[in-house]
Write a protein that binds this ligand. Structure first.
Ligand SMILES: Cc1cc2nc3c(=O)[nH]c(=O)nc-3n(C[C@H](O)[C@H](O)[C@H](O)COP(=O)(O)OP(=O)(O)OC[C@H]3O[C@@H](n4cnc5c(N)ncnc54)[C@H](O)[C@@H]3O)c2cc1C
Length: 185
């Protein structure tokens, strides 16, 4: 049983996982390795960078996750369902159980077999067909959060990163029963 499983290791998923791993939660990212930002060489709209390649952001996210003892596995999720003991995630390789799940799989929501709602995406060449409906805390269902393009049409790297952090902070707030503060000195 993992504390947190993040489905999707793109920008939103990695940021969410870094936050939960840093908080000391046993965190596993399951990722099929097809981030939309993988082949983008010149992102100019992120503060902290003049320009950065998508692959560089993904690599640094994975490194940071490992620094905080998080794990990442290259596995495609086939099913997410609720059981009596928690949330069960089935991949091509194995079955996992988690107390909390963050869905950060952008356009692929086909594996979700849960009590959640979906909304249609907006039209556009790179837009996703649908998104999960979430509340103000990124919660889609009990112990299930969504982030990035799985959650919203707002299609920018900076939004995905921020949304991943928001999902994690709210997940941790739910788990600890008080506002979670991640504060480095
Ligand atoms: C060509 C292009 C250029 C872009 N340029 C810019 C730019 O210049 N500036 C900018 O701000 N944004 C840019 N973007 C947008 C940016 O890519 C997205 O906003 C960002 O990647 C969204 O993050 P995300 O985490 O929601 O999705 P992603 O980063 O796509 O991550 C989703 C992850 O989930 C994984 N996944 C999906 N299904 C499963 C499954 N069943 N099991 C396991 N893993 C799964 C995928 O493999 C992927 O790794 C560009 C996008 C494209 C396509």
């Amino acid at each position: 049983m993992k504390d947190v499983i993040v489905i999707g290791g793109g920008l939103a998923g990695l940021q969410a996982a870094v936050m939960t791993a840093k908080a000391g939660e046993e965190t596993l990212v399951l990722d099929s390795g097809q981030s939309l930002v993988l082949n983008t060489s010149n992102i100019q709209n992120l503060i902290g960078y003049d320009s950065v390649a998508g692959n560089e952001l993904l690599t640094s996210g994975k490194q940071k996750l490992e620094e905080f003892n998080g794990e990442i596995a290259n596995e495609e999720v086939q099913r997410l369902e609720r059981t009596d003991s928690g949330l069960k995630i089935t991949t091509s390789e194995a079955d996992y159980e988690a107390e909390y799940v963050v869905v950060a799989s952008a356009g692929d929501l086909s594996f979700i077999e849960l009590d959640v709602e979906f909304e249609e995406g907006v039209e556009g060449p790179y837009m996703m067909d649908k998104h999960l409906v979430t509340d103000d805390s990124n919660k889609a269902s009990e112990n299930v959060y969504a982030a990035g393009l799985a959650n919203t049409w707002e299609y920018q790297s900076s939004v995905a990163i921020g949304d991943g952090a928001k999902a994690a902070v709210n997940l941790l707030t739910d788990k600890y029963g008080e506002p979670y503060e991640d504060h480095d000195t």
